[in-house]
Design a protein around this ligand. Structure first.
Ligand SMILES: Cc1cc2nc3c(=O)[nH]c(=O)nc-3n(C[C@H](O)[C@H](O)[C@H](O)COP(=O)(O)OP(=O)(O)OC[C@H]3O[C@@H](n4cnc5c(N)ncnc54)[C@H](O)[C@@H]3O)c2cc1C
Length: 537
């Protein structure tokens, strides 16, 4: 469905990251006519390069960011209930040692140095316990278990660490598959009537009194749409869009902070994560990843320009390896690394001195003085994308006379309409209905598609019914679903964002998948034409 040339969108959103797609979903559910353009694949920028945590952000307490931490803590369980397929609780183990130090300057470290000068920048154990107490109680937990102290000599979490670590604290946060979060928000928005246009760049936006004229470009054509309001959710490009695409006069600026991760072979045999504190005061996570791997990150480095593709530099990789090796008994080396990725945080430039200190809170700047309004979105976290959308629409909807209230807190994302602890049951029932599925395959499908997995497999009685077999449990049926339901256009979209099977697939196998997508003859833009292909081989 797309707006006819004579029609006008209520809201047009630039950017198909988590914030743009979350906003499109909320707005469409409130009855607004919504269009969204994403210049590349959905979620292809920052929103697929995060640490993938729904978290309050323990370290932000030291910056006294209580509003942000509380909102994010409360939000963890709201999100978990809405998407139990792509998000799940995790326990984080924070080994204690005497050398724990603050990052040079946090409001908390300054306060502590003032009242206890003998501490000289050390981060004491009682402060961590206080932080964890607040973490447990600020956010009104119902599902997630509370923090506790661990004896690393007897707990399995101690096995892979240096024996000098004897004590740890353990607390809860949640995992989320960030790029699937984006695409499921887009899917829900489209199901409710939004036009989601991937691979479509906004090349120009002109304010014409009471509306915006927006020039779009895809591989196959140029065209123009109109909208009463514009949202700039361009992430790292937010400032570029303000200056060059909308040519607006504003002092608002973005601070680009690159964060890199490394993925290694699996470094430990349990399902808990580690929260490591470095002697430089920074922290990193080591998280079980995709069954056979460990995800380690992140770094904080200034990034000059949004147009420069972020990559994990050798220096960042070595920093992460060295950091992890301070904790793991077996040194973590370059040979363990199987993949790296990097993303750019589009933080609001609040004048903070260091990249680590810049606020992670979102900032929404509404400009409505010169006619049709535009809302510029800065910063934010994956964790707060739904709250950001609510706050944005609370500003915008009344300007359109829309009085619908909040609705997303209790609404599942596609495939997420089952209990938080229901994954095992869903895997079992999927295997009963489709006996040719292996356990690994069924689990992967449930983690990706939740209750929608059964819809995708509908009618299949043997594996051959799912069409061409691409190995690693990938079939033509799933690729076709991915193209039709999830805007996948290439092997890259499918292997690295709709799934993480890129970690397992060879170049030759990826080329076959690419050829399959090419044969589907996908066209970007509002009237995506996906020809009927028979999934049955
Ligand atoms: C290393 C790292 C780790 C992080 N870890 C976490 C975490 O664990 N938990 C958490 O809550 N948050 C985390 N975050 C923060 C979170 O990832 C970001 O706040 C969030 O993804 C930003 O989403 P966005 O939609 O604003 O931006 P993006 O995802 O970058 O989306 C913006 C989109 O706009 C598109 N665009 C730009 N210009 C145009 C144009 N002219 N036309 C059409 N489209 C355009 C881009 O292609 C892009 O896809 C992390 C961030 C980083 C970098």
């Amino acid at each position: 469905m797309s707006a006819e040339p004579s029609e006008i969108y209520d809201l047009f959103i630039i950017g198909g990251g988590v914030n743009g797609c979350g906003l499109a979903r909320d707005a469409t559910g409130r009855g607004l006519r919504v269009g969204l353009a994403e210049m590349n694949d959905l979620g292809s920028a920052t929103s697929s390069a995060s640490t993938k945590l729904f978290h309050g952000g323990l370290r932000y307490l030291e910056y006294f960011e209580f509003r942000l931490v509380r909102e994010a803590l409360v939000e963890r369980e709201v999100l978990l209930r809405a998407m139990p397929h792509i998000s799940w609780p995790m326990r984080f183990v924070l080994p204690f040692h005497k050398d724990m130090r603050f990052e040079s300057e946090t409001p908390m470290s300054r306060l502590l140095t003032m009242v206890m000068p003998w501490m000289r920048g050390r981060r004491p154990a009682w402060l961590i316990r206080l932080g964890l107490f607040l973490y447990d109680h600020l956010g009104g937990r119902k599902i997630l278990p509370a923090a506790r102290t661990l004896n690393l000599a007897s707990d399995e979490a101690g096995n892979s660490l240096h024996s000098k670590f004897r004590k740890a604290y353990e607390y809860s946060d949640c995992w989320v598959d960030d790029s699937r979060l984006v695409v499921l928000n887009a899917r829900d928005a489209a199901n409710r009537g939004a036009d989601i246009m991937s691979r479509t760049k906004v090349v120009r936006a002109d304010r014409k009194d009471d509306h915006w004229e927006i020039s779009l470009r895809s591989e196959h054509r140029d065209w123009t749409v109109r909208a009463r309001m514009l949202v700039n959710a361009g992430g790292p490009w937010v400032e570029d869009l303000i200056q060059n695409t909308m040519r607006q006069n504003t002092r608002e600026a973005v601070r680009l902070v690159r964060g890199s991760h490394i993925v290694t072979r699996r470094l430990f045999d349990h399902d808990k994560c580690y929260f490591f504190q470095g002697t430089d005061g920074r922290i990193i996570f080591a998280i079980p990843y995709e069954e056979d791997f460990t995800l380690i990150g992140t770094t904080d480095s200034a990034h000059a320009d949004a147009s420069e593709r972020p990559v994990c530099t050798d220096e960042e990789r070595d920093y992460l390896l060295g950091f992890a090796t301070q904790y793991f008994e077996r040194p973590v080396t370059v040979d363990d690394v199987v993949w790296t990725y990097s993303g750019v945080r589009p933080l609001y430039d609040d004048g903070a001195s260091s990249a680590t200190a810049a606020t992670r809170d979102y900032v929404l700047k509404l400009q409505d003085s010169g006619g049709a309004p535009v809302l510029n979105v800065f910063g934010g976290k994956i964790t707060t994308y739904r709250k950001l959308a609510e706050a944005a629409l609370d500003k915008l909807a009344p300007l359109l006379g829309n009085t619908h209230g909040h609705w997303t807190a209790l609404a599942s994302l596609p495939g997420g309409d089952f209990a938080v602890d229901g994954v095992a049951g869903l895997v079992a029932s999927l295997r009963r209905a489709y006996p040719f599925l292996t356990d690994v395959w069924a689990r992967r499908l449930v983690r990706n598609y939740g209750t929608q997995a059964a819809v995708m497999l509908d009618g299949a009685t043997t594996m051959a019914d799912l069409g061409e077999d691409f190995g690693h449990t990938i079939t033509a049926r799933e690729l076709t679903w991915s193209a039709r339901q999830e805007w996948a256009h290439s092997a890259d979209d499918f292997l690295w964002r709709r799934t993480k099977l890129g970690l397992r697939v060879s170049k030759e196998e990826a080329a076959r998948i690419d050829a399959f997508f090419r044969d589907l003859n996908l066209v970007s833009g509002p009237e995506v034409v996906v020809p009927e292909v028979s999934p049955v081989g």
